[in-house]
Design a binder for this molecule. Structure first.
Ligand code: AMP
Length: 215
């Protein structure tokens, strides 16, 4: 099964992706995670991406398309894959179509997670991620079992550099301007499975997601 997870920042793409890859036994391809790893390693690509990410802007299409192309060619994607945070522009979606065509693959579902902007701001500014295992928490809505400690035991809960309110508002503006047009792009092919995730916890949202993809 080949899936795209679409939705604004903070809608729960990363959290739902983690649940779905377990259910479907397919890899999660998160361009945000790949870019953050490149920034942390200070690779030339990471150095190029850093300023865009910190400003809440999109990294140029050419950079992310190259990353995804390389990743999709890896053998673990053969049974299927979950794209999380890609495509984010119509240009990226067109490149993805060309990539998939050349591999004789198609997308089965575009899962769209919808949440209001003000709820997104609250969710993102309270978000903390475990630097050791990648688990995602919210200080108020989904706190770690012990303060400042992940369930994996590590005291490495960190706030992403771009999860402050000013950058979040810019990321939301970028989403509405450049990424939301993808909804009609995929609606034309009847691929969009919308889930209204506002006011709900991750497990409730996951139940709806499963229904929408027939699992
Ligand atoms: P995310 O973790 O998906 O919220 O992505 C964090 C940041 O990485 C975004 O705000 C962008 O700056 C950059 N990014 C991630 N995915 C893409 C993409 N597909 N196209 C352009 N920039 C991206």
């Amino acid at each position: 099964m080949n899936i795209i997870l679409l939705g604004p920042p903070g809608a729960g793409k990363g959290t739902q992706a983690k649940k779905l890859i377990e259910l479907l036994a397919i890899p999660q391809i998160s361009t945000g995670d790949m870019l953050r790893a490149a920034v942390a390693e200070k690779t030339p690509l990471g150095l190029e991406a850093k300023a865009f990410m910190e400003a809440g802007k999109l990294v140029p299409d050419g950079v992310v398309i190259g990353l995804v192309k390389e990743r999709l060619a890896k053998p673990d994607c053969a049974p299927g894959f979950m794209l999380d945070g890609f495509p984010r522009t119509v240009g990226q979606a067109e490149s993805l179509d060309a990539m998939l065509d050349s591999m004789s693959l198609t997308i089965d579902h575009v899962v769209l997670l919808e949440v209001d902007d003000e709820e997104l701001v609250l969710r993102i500014t309270g978000r903390r991620t475990c630097g050791a295992c990648g688990a995602i928490y919210h200080l108020k809505y989904s706190p770690p079992p012990q303060p400042d400690t992940c369930s994996c035991g590590k005291k490495e809960l960190v706030q992403r550099a771009d999860d402050n309110e000013q950058t979040v508002r810019q990321r939301l503006a970028t989403y509405h301007e450049q990424t939301a047009p993808l909804i009609s792009y995929y609606e034309k092919r009847s691929l969009v499975r919308s889930v209204a995730g506002g006011g709900m916890g991750p497990n409730e949202v996951f139940e709806l997601v499963k229904q929408k993809i027939g699992r």
